[in-house]
Design a protein around this ligand. Structure first.
Ligand SMILES: C[S@@+](CC[C@H](N)C(=O)[O-])C[C@H]1O[C@@H](n2cnc3c(N)ncnc32)[C@H](O)[C@@H]1O
Length: 249
């Protein structure tokens, strides 16, 4: 660490506290230097393989835990675009009953990090009850289940939602595919996700989908939910910004 000089405050235009790597003269997020973040009271490894987990996502996890406690019939949870695995691992570890859990991602690098976090954090899961699947959005689940789908399921997703024109200096540290949601609205990947869900003929009879996005996508999301006739509700982060939704179908 001799080649690092820490800045005492956040860099200009950067959401991370950085150190300057004197070898490359580039700022590096503190989380990549420390090699971990604390999320839901647990220590997760974080590195360049995946997005640095954001604290706001704890609100999504808390909402899901409440939902699972109110709905004991839900036995299956799938997290799409799992990154470092913080969402499914936190849910599995905090939940009083054992669930069948799936963590999926397009990126093999992200999945390898999520598997390391699983080994570090997950104390009592049977290997076959926590599966890591690679490929596009819902496709790994659709091919895994075939015709034997669960009756009721919780699907979580914190998919990339940054628009091309919003890419700035603080995002350069993280994998592009972890934050870039599309060119126009940043909601394009979510649109494809819901298209896949609707096209999934054998999908569970009851699906609860809990997603995270950014504030300007709330109205885009609402228009899409209404167009498809979904039942939905929004919930807010700690700054009272409505940037999470539960969709039921
Ligand atoms: C915003 S990050 C979220 C990571 C993690 N869930 C979290 O909350 O910290 C989005 C994740 O989606 C993955 N991803 C991007 N495109 C995908 C796709 N088409 N199918 C599945 N995963 C995808 C990225 O690799 C990345 O790990």
């Amino acid at each position: 660490m001799d080649s690092l000089i820490y800045t005492s405050r956040r860099c200009l235009g950067c959401e991370f506290i950085c150190a300057i790597d004197m070898t490359s003269n580039q700022p590096l997020p503190e989380e990549y230097i420390d090699g971990y973040v604390i999320f839901m009271g647990r220590r997760f490894i974080t590195d360049k393989r995946a997005l640095i987990p954001r604290l706001e996502t704890e609100e999504l996890v808390k909402y899901c835990l409440k939902l699972l406690r109110e709905k004991p019939d839900i036995q299956t949870v799938a997290d799409i675009g799992t990154g470092s695995g913080i969402i499914p691992i936190s849910i599995a570890e905090k939940m009083e009953r054992e669930l069948q859990v799936f963590a999926t991602d397009m990126s093999q690098d992200a999945l390898s990090l999520a598997q390391e976090n699983y080994k570090l954090q997950t104390t009592n899961y049977k290997e076959g009850n926590f599966l890591f699947l690679q490929w596009d959005l819902l496709e790994p689940l659709i091919s895994h289940f075939g015709k034997s789908v669960p009756e009721e399921m919780l699907i979580t997703a914190n998919l990339p939602y940054v628009r091309e024109k919003e890419i700035n200096s603080w995002l350069v540290h993280e994998p592009r595919m972890a934050f870039l949601g599309g060119i126009q609205t940043g909601f394009e990947l979510y649109e494809r996700f819901f298209d896949q869900l609707l096209a999934w003929k054998e999908r569970p009879k009851k699906c609860h989908i809990v997603i995270e996005f950014w504030l300007w996508q709330r109205d885009i999301a609402e228009t899409m939910f209404q167009k498809h006739g979904f039942e939905y509700s929004f919930f807010a982060d700690l700054r009272s910004i409505e940037r999470f939704a539960e969709v039921r179908l």
